[in-house]
Write a protein that binds this ligand. Structure first.
Ligand SMILES: [Zn+2]
Length: 342
């Protein structure tokens, strides 16, 4: 087996009220100098200002969108030399944080304000370039500060989407096993840990939906754990199979649904094709309040079929779509059988 390098965050702090400990964490990691604090328009007030107030001196900017152009704008707008980046916000802000910190070759501290997807700790980011979404590889954050009080107050739709993203590990790992059977690299440890994360989220579905502390903590830890699985494996295969390819295809067709929402519906359809527990997946998504139908995603049935037909070409990764080539008939059959078309 080829050797590979595993890069992981050094400190992860999860708990109520830990937003006040960002500086303390940075000190403990010997991150000194002026940080560049990135936040979003609304997350600035929720958490960004709190973080800025902890440091005697900061550079700061607001992230408007997750595009390469925006990352470039921020890099050029920085007056001074930041020693590290602190990204305070949702997926967009953290994705831009990854690009900007990599660009400056400085560390990143991730302070998520919504448990909306597993990119919070992973080395992957999703960035638009010339209108199309790209998965980029950067360094994972050196530290993560996840304040449960803030995460509990995130919009319910984002919370449900985060849960759906973790649940989609089920079909992703099944795809990865198909690749393993053909002799491709596979990590037993990363795969089993990714499944465990999905199981914990499915078990906690009710308390996640109700926004209870225990549920949100379980979800946050599952998102962190899912991100770590990808770092352990050195590939995103433990959390991203044909379910994610379907989501990327929907993005390209102009869907406005959230990443996790699309991956959840993708997971139902791919689990059906894999003949592996699609009902369990659908029921868990329903229980957590995530969409399970085309209507729920706010897209037409035709768009879902188009996305299923295009999914295989999104990236080179062996999945169920290689074993069961998608046709319009199969797409319709799968969507009708699983209730994605109701
Ligand atoms: Zn995802």
């Amino acid at each position: 087996m080829e050797p590979h390098l595993i890069e992981l965050p050094r400190k992860i702090l999860v708990g109520k009220g830990v937003i006040g400990k960002v500086k303390e964490m940075c000190d403990a990691l010997q991150l000194s100098g002026t940080p560049l604090v990135l936040s979003g328009k609304s997350t600035l007030g929720i958490a960004g200002k709190n973080v800025i107030a902890q440091f005697p001196d900061t550079l700061s900017d607001i992230v408007n969108e997750a595009t390469m152009e925006e990352a470039k704008r921020i890099r050029e707008a920085v007056k001074g030399e930041p020693a590290f980046v602190i990204a305070v916000g949702g997926g967009k802000v953290i994705d831009i944080g990854k690009v900007v910190s990599s660009g400056f070759s400085i560390p990143l501290v991730s302070v998520p304000t919504a448990p909306s997807h597993d990119g919070i700790v992973s080395e992957r980011g999703s960035i638009k370039k010339n209108g199309a979404k790209h998965s980029i590889r950067a360094k994972p954050p050196v530290a993560v500060v996840a304040d449960i009080s803030i995460l509990m107050n995130a919009p319910p739709r984002m919370i449900a989407a985060g849960a759906a993203d973790v649940i989609s590990n089920c079909s992703a790992v099944n795809d990865w096993r198909l690749a393993r059977n053909r002799g491709e690299y596979y990590s037993d440890y990363a795969a089993d840990l990714a499944i465990l994360s999905a199981e914990i989220v499915m078990r906690s579905a009710r308390s996640i939906r109700d926004g209870q502390e225990r549920g949100i903590r379980n979800l946050m830890e599952a998102l962190i754990s899912s991100g770590i699985c990808m770092s352990l494996a050195g590939t995103s295969s433990s959390g991203s199979g044909a379910d994610h390819m379907f989501s990327h295809a929907l993005d390209a067709l102009g869907s406005k649904a959230l990443h996790g929402e699309q991956c959840g519906v993708g997971c139902i359809i791919m689990s059906y094709l894999q003949e592996k527990g699609w009902k369990m997946v659908r029921d868990a998504l329903k229980e957590v309040g995530a969409p399970t139908t085309a209507k729920g995603l706010g897209v037409s049935e035709e768009m879902v079929i188009e996305a299923l037909l295009k999914a295989k070409d999104v990236r080179k990764r062996y999945t169920i779509l290689d074993e069961k080539p998608m046709t319009r008939e199969l797409a319709e059959e799968a969507c009708k059988a699983t209730g994605v078309f109701d």
